[in-house]
Design a protein. Sequence first.
Length: 401
Amino acid sequence: MKINKKSFIFGAVFGVAVALGLVSVARGFGIHLFIPGSASQQMYDKAKVVEKCIDSYYQGDIEDEKLIDGGVKGMVEALGDKYSQYYTKKEYKELMSGINGSYVGIGVTLRMREEDQALVVQQVMEGGPAENAGIKAGDRFVSVEGTNVAGKKLEEVIAMIKTEENKERTISIGVERTGADGQIEQLEKKVVCKEVKVVSVHSKKYDDVAYIQITEFDKETAGQFKVALENARNDSVKGLVIDVRDNGGGSLDAAIQMLDELLPEGELISEKSKKDGNKVYHSTNETSYDKPIVVLINEHSASASEVFAGTLQARGAAKLVGTKSFGKGIVQTVLSLESSCGGGIKLTTAEYFLPGGKSIHKKGLDPDINIEYEKPKGDYDPAMDEPLQMALKLIRNPSAE
């Protein structure tokens, strides 16, 4: 990645938190990395000046840990990459707990709506704390424990809820809900935070067609998918519908493992990174699925879900039904800093390409059959889900479109 040095330096050092953070990190670990005339020396010089101003004139309390974290966050934000982020010790711990398949929280998936930055409930875990409290998909979070969340980053709001400290604690969530008549209702929900076991794979049968919904890709997803896939291998099943609508992604490794379950030997994806160069992933041919597959996608299908759906489409193993996907064809890696300064850092480290070399970043996947569908505000009725009905039709009669 090419970084504008001037922008990086100024973004990293301007501001009280940034300046003091850089100095404190270096001092705290006894590190002297400053080369005369280098960017590091310029950072140090500016930080010293600002630190002196703070010590001499600032009227108020100074919390060193917040300044350190703010400084490092400023450095990462100066990259101008919305997908890269520094995590404090607390934020990193909570992030990793979710990736590992369980966490303390309320059992919802949130997304930030692009057009107005609203925090929208994308999915509610069945039987989870949020569902029990009456929170529904489509609700918009407006406050957490009385704190207005407008303008906050998605990760910041999640960190307010998803923390070990909230275990068995009742928290107040303010939501807005648009009714069937278009009227906006303001609601206050009391939710008891619990340890939530992530179930990211849900399966059922529609008569002679197997259906598997994947809500995210985490450490447990590939194993759950393998179990669900066994039912789809039944002789009475004509084919498989895989639903990754509203799936924002997650673990790339999980998506690759699942593709290996479905596809015979061949190329899956290629990955280009600064550290490792070019890398190509292949399916092993240990298992495969030889019946028709249709994958449901929409504009919220992103990242690992696009890898999954796009590879199946490119290999000719599945048709895609729905609307154009989000278009996130880059990979983030979470690096642990626990053995050095604490916390962690998520950086964009690679770009992936589908079989044949196609990049979908900022382009998205084009469905073979484009059908728009908006989730109903009331109860879900699969008979009214047009993309699903088309998928079932294609499985039963592959030539029908």
